[in-house]
Every structure is written in C-alpha cells, then in structure tokens.
Design a protein around this ligand. Sequence first.
Ligand SMILES: [Mn+2]
Length: 424
Amino acid sequence: MELEKYKIEAHNDDALQTHNRRLAFVAAEVENAEAIIQKLVDFQVAIPSWALGTGGTRFGRFSGGGEPRNLEEKIADIGLLHALNKSSGAISLHIPWDIPENTTNIKALAAQYGIQFDAMNSNTFQDQPGQELSYKFGSMQHVDKAVRQQAIDHNIEVIKYGQALGSNSLTVWLSDGSCFPGQLNFRKAFQNTLESLQQVYAALPADWKMFVEYKAFEPNFYSTTVGDWGQSYLYASKLGDQAYTLVDLGHHLPNANIEQIVALLLMEGKLGGFHFNDSKYGDDDLTVGSIKPYQLFLIFNELVEGMDAKGMNHATDLGWMIDASHNVKDPLEDLLQSVEAIMITYAQALLVDRKKLAAAQADNDVVTAQEVLQQAFRTDVRALVAEARLRSGGALQPLALYRSADIRAQLIKQRGAKTVATGL
Ligand SMILES: [Mn+2]
C-alpha cells in the first residue's frame, strides 16, 4: 500500500499551529537552528530488510499481522516509513533471506519509493536448505578449507547482487568462534578468517567498502573470532584501505565505553558504519534510544566531533543503519521510533558548544565540560526534527499519522493476519 500525499498534507495542516509554536521556542533557544535543520534533512538511516517482521527469540516468535511476504513488500514497507519520516531512504539487504529474483525490477521498485540500496549483508551463520557444507563449527575460520571456500564464494555472490542493485558496501558479520575452552586454536582461527576475508576483499569493486562487524559473544559463548573492535580493526588494517570496522551498539560487553571506541576508530580513519539499537543486558536489539539515550548522545557527540575534525560529510561518509528487532511491537512503529531517536540525538549532538567544551577541557574545568554536554542533551529538539520532515514532505508526527491512517489494519487486509517475514 501507499500513503497518499493528501493524507500527509491534511495531517500536517492539523498539526501545523502547534508545531510552529514549538519551533519558534526552540529556534529562539538555539543559535544554529537553520543549519541543524538542513543537516537533518540530508541525514538518512538505512532500514534492514530483516527488521520489518516481528522479531523473535529462541523461545518463540509471536508474529503480528500483515508482515511483508517477500522482498517487494519489504520495500513497500520501507516506502511507507520513508513517506512518513523522509529519513528512511535506504534498505540494507540480507542474502539469502532476501534474494532479488530480478535485480532490475527490484531496483526500479525501490527507486519509485525513493529508496537506495545501502550495505549488503552476507550470512554464514546459518545453514541454508540444500547447502553442501555446514557452518556448525564456523565459516571463514573453519578447519576445513572447503567450508572456508564456500563462505568466500557466498560473500562474493552477495557483492554481485549488490553491484546489480547499486549498493557500494558489504557488511561481514561472522558468528565464528568457540563454545568451550580448547575447541579452537585462536591464532589459526584468526589466520584462516583473515585469509578468507582477503579473498572476499580481492573481489571488492574499487568503489566499494567492506565493513567488518564485531560481536562480543553469542551464538558462541567462549570466544568469538571477531569479538571486539580491536580484532575488527586488526582485520580491517591488514585487509587494506577499503576495509573498515562496523560498530553495532549491542555487540559490546556490558558498560563498554562505546563513545571512546568510536572516537579512536574515527581518528584512525577506520570507522566505516554503524548499527543502531539499544539494550539493557546484551544484544537485546531494542528500539534505539529506549534504554540508554544519554549513551547514544555521547556516541553521537563523538561522531559529530570526530567527523568534523576530518572534514567528513555526516550524511554520506559513514554507513548508518538500524539493526534491531522487537518481539512485542508493530515493527513499523518500532522503526519509526528508532529513526526518530536517531534524528533527535543527532540534532542534540549538533547543538554542543564545541568552543566552550574545548576551553573547559583545556582548563580542566570538569564541571563546565559536563554542563556543556548536558545543556545540549536536555534541549528539546523535537520541533527541529519535525521541521526537517515537514520541509522534505514528510509528516509532522509520523507515528500519530501511522495510527490514525490505520496502516497496519490495511496491511493485514492486504496480506493476511498470519504472514511471517523472513529474518530473525
Ligand atoms: Mn549488526
């Protein structure tokens, strides 16, 4: 289904007076409101193709109705999100869950919704039906060269799909590791993985980036072969200039200082992309900003500061993507909330008084440094984010319009109450 333009306009007309009042208030408080709005207009967050169905755990999955049954319907769902918030103009595709049968048609369909193809994701953490060799004991780290070759071939196939769709990056997340002490020779596992990644890297088109994603634990519980940012950085450095580390917020041990990791990777020119989510305990994949919004702000603060120090383009020089799922929410509502949280936090990071912060740091004025950060974090910037949406043709209140337009009910009517999307 599509959301007709007149519905967005009617919604905006109703909400405009309240919005203008809020905007005037924040614009008076904030020095660079106009520049921030423009940056928000430009900023796009990719939606993963596996986040459009209800998530599950190993204990169960409670599907909602009207989930997309194929890639075409997933693109249509992202089209709905993008129509509402104008900040979801990209899809990150997973192979083989979402193999495009006809790349030309899929590319044209996405273009109709104003959606581009962000990073491609490979999968060597599961065995697929008909697959010759098993990844039970790893893929790129595997002791058997034939298994490693199968994983390499799969990644090269994913690059080819991406080329046909107009993507220009590959995200490799490996679940490789071990569950028990003694199971693995760490050094050999690293070397096998590096050699496998090198072969994929060699197949990378010249204008592509390779993102090496790390994860502390799960599904392996004793060791992970790309387990932290140091290991990812090691692979990315050995691979070459087109290889970067990808930070997924949920892939750290509890209380890790992610903002410091981000700052150093940016300094070294090795931060490639970002997977947004939130968590209380581990890789919980919860809605962005739902548990630790201040941590998200501190991360964005480092992103903005570090990117500006290098003269980078905020919107295009890093890969921005959500990697989340939720078990009890409508996935589209969850994604609207996540994108909103990202935009709010980005706007707050743009508010930070950099000169005042640098002066406080130089004076060891710890109190002022904290005040500068919290002044930005405690500013209500929602009207700036809404104004960016309004100027782009989106809805002032995307979630409210999603509900009042009864979009889920229409999707259920169209697709059925018992559909299950491919994914986690
Ligand atoms: Mn991820």
